[in-house]
Design a protein around this ligand. Structure first.
Ligand code: ZN
Length: 384
């Protein structure tokens, strides 16, 4: 059978991925060190600046945040959290620009203009500031009121995650325009395929990403009544109808995956982590870390982020392994659904070539938590 890449194409794919692996390795090794250094040497100076700025903002006499926070001091806490994340992610900005813009353009993967890249980055930063605000008021604000906050917040966040999955189809629109797939043969065949798979869906949408990226994308967003099949314009342009159906068939393999074990596990992990945070709160007040006198002081944030980062380092390999198994299962399901082996294979090969997927990434990169099996192994598994 025809290999995925010619020698020349493979060299280009490797040239695209090599610096990304190198950076990913350095990032993995340095992140905990940077956080340790920040915990030790940045907490106090950042707090001094935050207290001064906070006192000025308090002077404005804003009533709502004071009420949410259950007393004064919210402004210093918010400034501290923003400063901490700002300083922590500052070195990432040039790296994000290089990998996100220049490297993508050099290898012909991105078509985003500088303006689009900047606007998208700013939208991301704005969402992040919103998230930091919710973290400060949600976590620290609640913990200041009650010692039961960790399970109250854990249960609430678990329920919100359920709702959030249902809202996924709407989130994509923050970045790109989506329009319904026009009536015609493709829509009819997708509808028939979903009827065969016994999967309800709300709509098939085309995501207009061609002005930003050459990559092919297909995914299902939402759940139950909000389930939406999303195909990007490049995918529809590059694939034959049979290949589009193969991609949709793969995605429908994810629909019937057991969700509840994963949801229960992540809720338990979340509640366990929040309890660990409560222990940090108690210990920091008892031992007066960084001059802390009370539980739930925002100066513990760098310690909490450090604990969280270690948690991710342990958790990502596990969730990645589960996810890769599910991808194989979705491939098998999709193949059985359409019964069209050649179209499934050529869909994967076209996606690999266009998206420049590495057929055999280094083992450590896979084990660290890649969500998909290496494309070479996926293509090999089809014939079996
Ligand atoms: Zn998949």
């Amino acid at each position: 059978m025809e290999p995925i890449y010619t020698a020349e194409q493979l060299a280009e794919v490797k040239a695209y991925h090599q610096p990304r692996y190198l950076f990913s390795f350095i990032d993995f090794a340095l992140t905990p060190l940077v956080l340790l250094v920040m915990v030790r040497w940045a907490t106090r100076p950042l707090w001094r600046v935050s207290e001064r700025a906070g006192a000025r903002i308090d002077g404005l006499g804003l009533k709502l945040p004071t009420k949410l926070w259950n007393g004064p001091g919210w402004a210093a806490a918010l400034v501290f959290a923003l400063l901490f994340f700002g300083v922590y992610s500052l070195p990432d900005i040039p790296i994000e620009i290089w990998f996100g813009y220049f490297h993508e353009h050099d290898h012909g993967l991105s078509r985003a203009s500088p303006a689009v890249f900047i606007v998208d980055s700013l939208k991301g930063k704005l969402l992040f500031v919103g998230a930091v605000g919710s973290l400060v008021f949600g976590l620290f604000g609640l913990a200041r009121r009650t010692k039961h906050w960790w399970w109250l917040l854990g249960v609430t966040a678990s329920l919100l995650m359920l709702i959030s999955t249902a809202l996924d189809p709407y989130r994509g629109r923050i970045y790109v325009e989506q329009t319904p797939l026009p009536a015609g043969a493709l829509r009819d065949r997708i509808t028939a395929l979903m009827a065969k798979a016994n999967i309800d869906f709300r709509d098939v949408l085309v995501e207009h990403t061609a002005s930003r990226t050459v990559r092919l994308q297909a995914y299902f967003a939402g759940t139950g009544p909000t389930r939406t099949i999303v195909l990007n314009d490049s995918l529809i342009a590059a694939l034959t109808e049979d290949e589009v159906l193969a991609a949709v068939a793969h995605e429908s393999g994810h629909v019937n995956e057991p969700r509840w074990p994963g949801r229960a596990a992540s809720s338990l992990v979340l509640i366990g982590f929040l309890f660990l945070v409560e222990l940090v709160f108690r210990r920091s007040a008892a031992k007066q870390w960084f001059g802390i006198a009370e539980r739930a002081d925002v100066r513990t944030l760098p310690v909490i982020v450090l604990v969280f980062t270690f948690g991710l380092m342990l958790g990502n390999p596990i969730s990645g392994a589960v996810s890769r198994e599910r991808e194989y299962a979705a491939d098998r399901y999709g193949l059985a659904l359409t019964g069209d082996v050649p179209a499934f294979r050529s869909m994967l090969v076209k996606a690999a070539r266009t998206n420049k997927m590495d057929p055999d990434p280094p083992r450590w990169a896979v084990l660290r938590g890649m969500s998909h099996p290496p494309i070479g192994e996926r293509v090999d598994a089809i014939g079996r």
